[in-house]
Write a protein that binds this ligand. Structure first.
Ligand code: CMC
Length: 377
C-alpha cells in the first residue's frame, strides 16, 4: 500500500530483509552474519568472511581450500582488460574511475558462468584491477597474482611487487572484514536495485562502484587523512577545525546517517592501526590522529548540538591504510575490494526474492501545459 510520506533520503524506510549484517545506530553495534564485528574482524581471513556472507556459515577446511583455489583461478585479468587499463592510465583517470571502467570488462573471457561463478570471478579480479591500474599509472608493469598467497596478501603483493609482512596482511584482512558489509548502504542499495531488474551481477557491481565513489559514502577517508596532515601538530588542531566549521564545511570522517554514537568500525580499525603503527610505523601520526579525533568530536558537539556527530569508519580507515603503505587515492578502491563481498551477498539475497525494486515519486511539476510551436517560444 502507498503512503504519502516523502523520505528524500529514504531514511527509516525498510526496503530489504537481510541476514548479512545488522547495524544498530543507537547502540553502535554491527553484526556480520551473526558475529559481532569485534569477534569476526580480527580473526577471519577475508575469504572466510566472504564465504560466510554468501553461504551463511564459516567454511570448513575443505570448503575454504576449494574457495581459495577458485579465487586463485580467476585472479589474473583477461588481456583485453589490461589493455583497457593501459589506455585509462594514459589519460590519468583516478583509480576509482579506472575500477568502474575495467570492472565492466572484467568478465570478457567468462562464458556461461552462473551467479556463483561470476561472484568468484568478481571478488578475485577487483583487487587485481586496482593493483594493476595503480602500477600502470605509476609507469610500472602490473604484477601477476601469486597463486600461493591469499586474497589480502595478493592485493598488497600485486601493488608493491614484494610479499607483504604477516602484520600487514593481518591489518588488511581486519580492514576488509570490517567494511565487508553494512546494512542497506547506498552502494549496496544500488546493487540490489540493479540485480532486482534481473540484470547481471557484473552490472550490479559496476553500479555499486559508482555509488561508492562519492565523498558522502566511500570517498571520505582521503580527505580525512589530508586533514590530519594539514593540521600537522596538535597545537593547531582546534583553530584549524574551528575555521572549517565556521566556513560551514563538513569534517570528513565524522557523522553518520545511521550511527548516532561512535561507529563500532572506528574502534576495530583504531585498534588494528595502533598494532600496525607500533610495529614500526609513525606513532606520532597515530597519536596526532587520536588527538584530532577528540577535538573534532568536541567541536562538532559545540557547532552542531543535538546532532550526535561522532567518528565514523573513514577516519581510522585512512590511518590504517596509510600505515599499510597505501596511497590516499587507493583508499576508496580498497573499500570497494572489501565491500564487494557484501554487494555480492546482497545480490544473491535480492535475486532470491524475485522482486523488482520500484518506489514511487510525488509529482510536483506543472499540469495542463499546452504545446507552443518552436517559432513562438
Ligand atoms: N561535519 C560537520 N557537520 C556535519 C557533519 C560533519 N562531518 N556531518 C553532518 N553534519 C551536519 C550537517 O551539515 C547538518 O547540519 P544542519 O542540520 O545544520 O544543516 C547536520 O549535521 C546533518 O546531520 P545528519 O542528518 O546526521 O547527517 P546526514 O545523515 O545527512 O549525513 C553524512 C551523514 C555521513 C553524509 C555526513 O555526516 C557527512 O557528510 N560526513 C562527512 C563525510 C563522511 O565522513 N562520510 C563517510 C560516511 S561513513 C561511510 C559509510 O558508512 O559508508
Amino acid at each position: 500500500q502507498t503512503t504519502d510520506a516523502f523520505k528524500p533520503g529514504l531514511e527509516g524506510v525498510i526496503a530489504a530483509e537481510t541476514r548479512l549484517s545488522s547495524v544498530d545506530g543507537q547502540k553502535g553495534e554491527l553484526i556480520i552474519a551473526g558475529f559481532p564485528l569485534e569477534e569476526l574482524a580480527a580473526h577471519a581471513t577475508f575469504e572466510e568472511t566472504a564465504y560466510l556472507l554468501w553461504y551463511d556459515h564459516l567454511p570448513t577446511a575443505a570448503e575454504l581450500e576449494r574457495f581459495r583455489a577458485e579465487l586463485a583461478g580467476y585472479r589474473a585479468l583477461p588481456a583485453a582488460t589490461l589493455t583497457l587499463l593501459e589506455q585509462v592510465a594514459q589519460v590519468r583517470r583516478p583509480a576509482m574511475d579506472a575500477l568502474r571502467i575495467a570492472a565492466g570488462a572484467m568478465d570478457l573471457d567468462a562464458r556461461d558462468l552462473d551467479d556463483h561463478g561470476l561472484a568468484r570471478l568478481a571478488l578475485a579480479r577487483i583487487p587485481t584491477i586496482v593493483a594493476a591500474y595503480w602500477r600502470l599509472l605509476h609507469g610500472q608493469a602490473p604484477v601477476e597474482p601469486d597463486p600461493e598467497l591469499g586474497h589480502a596478501a595478493n592485493y598488497l603483493y600485486m601493488l608493491e611487487g614484494a610479499r607483504p609482512t604477516p602484520a600487514k596482511v593481518r591489518g588488511l584482512e581486519t580492514y576488509l572484514n570490517t567494511v565487508s558489509d553494512h546494512g542497506l548502504n547506498a552502494s549496496t542499495f544500488a546493487a540490489r536495485v540493479i540485480i532486482a531488474t534481473q540484470s547481471d551481477l557484473v552490472s550490479a557491481l559496476v553500479g555499486a562502484i559508482g555509488a561508492l565513489k562519492g565523498p558522502l559514502h566511500g570517498g571520505a577517508p582521503g580527505p580525512a587523512l589530508d586533514m590530519v596532515f594539514e593540521i600537522g601538530d596538535v597545537s593547531r588542531a582546534e583553530s584549524y577545525l574551528r575555521e572549517k566549521l565556521e566556513r560551514g564545511e563538513r569534517l570528513m570522517g565524522f557523522g553518520h546517517r545511521v550511527y548516532k554514537v561512535r561507529d563500532p568500525r572506528a574502534e576495530v580499525l583504531a585498534r588494528a592501526a595502533e598494532v600496525m603503527y607500533r610495529d614500526g610505523g609513525d606513532m606520532a601520526l597515530y597519536n596526532l590522529a587520536r588527538e584530532v579525533e577528540k577535538i573534532a568530536v568536541a567541536l562538532l558537539a559545540e557547532y552542531k548540538p543535538g546532532r550526535n556527530l561522532q567518528t565514523n569508519v573513514e577516519f581510522y580507515t585512512a590511518l590504517l591504510l596509510h600505515g599499510l603503505g597505501l596511497d590516499t587515492d587507493l583508499f576508496t578502491p580498497t573499500f570497494a575490494v572489501g565491500r564487494t563481498a557484501g554487494w555480492i551477498g546482497h545480490c544473491f539475497e535480492q535475486r532470491a526474492t524475485g522482486r523488482l525494486i520500484r518506489p514511487d515519486s510525488r509529482y510536483i511539476g506543472e499540469r495542463n501545459r499546452r504545446w507552443v510551436p518552436l517559432e513562438q517560444r
